[in-house]
Design a protein around this ligand. Structure first.
Ligand SMILES: Cc1cc2nc3c(=O)[nH]c(=O)nc-3n(C[C@H](O)[C@H](O)[C@H](O)COP(=O)(O)OP(=O)(O)OC[C@H]3O[C@@H](n4cnc5c(N)ncnc54)[C@H](O)[C@@H]3O)c2cc1C
Length: 458
């Protein structure tokens, strides 16, 4: 095995912490008026803008930094029904269908392929959980298959893991996070959506209690309808308008490798790391052991709602007090609409990666796949995963402020369901019949005293 020079700190200096991302052209002039203003150019905002434009609406999308530069370019790219919470499964199914069709519909490459996802484990508790999910999934006609030890080892050929079993979803797949949001944004623009990057929305204006405009750092857009798809910043944005949105973030570190031998075609999950084959021939590697929970004012505000899901995951989380207490999406913040807002102060939420688990993950990966013995890390980054207490997003009108809609809180699995979530938001705004039941995603469930339904499999 070749020695690999591993110095994460110099890798960060050399390659930076912003993963590859395609550029998107801008529209210079902010419109004075729009039918709908979309705030946030992640996969959710651009999908919603695309489907709203297809319905014939005049849409302006404002993004404080760069299209796709936060969570939507930092994820693994998995688009799956496998291990989905029952409430999200219809959205996941709808989205897989859309991903396939969108590439030809927009004439651009989203990097989507149905390459299958394999989960393997050495832990009987994982098997029990997957068995329970599999029984439910079979009733729902999900294309998924439990694997015994021999099948798991055969499917994970080339790995040395002592797998006791696993689960395989052959028609799930991955899309390319460096391309998907930019390609959809460009497609939306061709349909007439105006795109404004480096243009933060500071807040909404009201008339007679309803939305009447969006104040941005470049001026005000008159509109009666706003979709806030601000990812991790959505709660801060809502709170400025007296709207509570329980949301909490976890910092997750990943790395990508240089091109390496082809040991898995699509996605491979094991309890210690996951691998996603990239179109550039490398892998995106996840490090569950490196997840961090920062103590923040917002986290403390909603601690009671998040306590059950925190308790379930606490062994996997490193808790720390750092700069996120003072800056970023969960810090304390007050601002006037005619002054610089926290959104402009942090154009791109680019959290510091947790370097502590890199060497151990690389060693485990090399031991598990000897064929990757000489693999090299090309870049390390982190993403801020925004969650709701029940790990299901909000895609809904917001009671209390007519004209405001919210699509956020995608809880670590919003990329794969992005197209269908954007389509659902567009249908709800237009008053059209949605393709899936929107009730699990209603905003009110998080604030009206309804019991928090525990997260299903994820
Ligand atoms: C490491 C990691 C791995 C993941 N793996 C997967 C996976 O394999 N599959 C999957 O389905 N999901 C995965 N996810 C989750 C997925 O990436 C997110 O759920 C999804 O990208 C959320 O999209 P979004 O558009 O809501 O948010 P974002 O992509 O974060 O976009 C929100 C945008 O809003 C902008 N914004 C915020 N406030 C304002 C404002 N006031 N004015 C203007 N702009 C504003 C921000 O700048 C940002 O660009 C992963 C996430 C991470 C971090």
């Amino acid at each position: 095995m070749n020695a690999i020079p591993l110095d994460p700190a110099s890798l960060l200096r050399h390659s930076g912490t912003r993963p590859p991302l395609e550029a998107v052209p801008d529209d210079e002039h902010l419109p004075a008026q729009a039918d709908i203003v979309v705030i946030g150019g992640g996969i959710i905002g651009v999908s919603a803008a695309y489907y709203l434009a297809k319905k014939g609406y005049g849409v302006a999308l404002v993004e404080k930094g760069q299209i796709g530069a936060e969570q939507s370019s930092r994820n693994w790219g998995w688009c799956r029904q496998q291990n989905r919470d029952a409430r999200e499964l219809p959205l996941a199914r709808q989205s897989l269908g859309l991903w396939g069709g969108l590439q030809s519909e927009i004439g651009d490459d989203l990097g989507f392929r149905r390459c299958g996802l394999i989960y393997v484990t050495t832990d009987p508790a994982d098997m029990a959980q997957w068995e329970r999910w599999g029984a439910f999934a079979r009733q729902q006609q999900v294309d998924t298959r439990m694997l015994g030890a021999a099948e798991a080892r055969a499917l994970a050929a080339g790995s040395t893991g002592a797998w006791i079993g696993g689960v395989h979803s052959p028609t799930d797949g991955v899309a390319d996070p460096s391309r998907a949001a930019p390609a959809l944004a460009r497609a939306a623009r061709r349909l007439g959506v105006t795109l404004h990057q480096r243009c933060a929305a500071r807040g909404v204006e009201r008339m007679a209690g309803a939305v009447s405009g969006v104040v941005t750092e470049r001026g005000t857009i008159r509109t009666a309808t706003v979709l806030c798809a601000g990812g991790a910043w959505a709660s801060m944005f809502c709170r400025r308008h007296g709207i509570a949105f329980p949301q909490a973030g976890v910092r997750s570190t990943v790395f990508r490798t240089r091109p390496a031998r082809d040991v898995v075609a699509g996605g491979f999950y094991s309890p210690r790391f996951s691998l996603t084959r990239r179109l550039d021939g490398g892998y995106t590697v996840s490090m569950p052991a490196a997840a961090q929970l920062d103590i923040t004012p917002q986290g403390l505000r909603y601690a009671r709602q998040f306590w059950p899901s925190f308790r379930a995951r606490r062994k996997a989380l490193h808790i720390r007090l750092g700069r996120s207490f003072l800056e970023g999406p969960e810090a304390l913040a007050n601002w006037q609409l005619d002054a610089v807002s926290p959104f402009e102060r942090m154009r791109v939420l680019d959290p510091a990666p947790n370097l502590s688990a890199i060497a151990a993950t690389l060693a485990e990966m090399r031991a598990c796949y000897p064929g990757l013995g000489d693999i090299e890390i090309a870049q390390i980054w982190a993403g801020w995963i925004d969650s709701t207490p029940d790990m299901v997003p909000v895609i809904s009108a917001v009671d209390g402020l007519p004209g405001l809609h919210l699509a956020a809180g995608f809880s670590g699995h919003g990329f794969g369901i992005g197209p269908a979530a954007g389509q659902l938001a567009a249908d709800l705004i237009a008053g059209d019949r949605p393709a899936v039941d929107p009730r699990p995603f209603r905003y009110a469930r998080l604030v009206d005293g309804s019991p928090i339904e525990p997260p299903g499999a994820f």
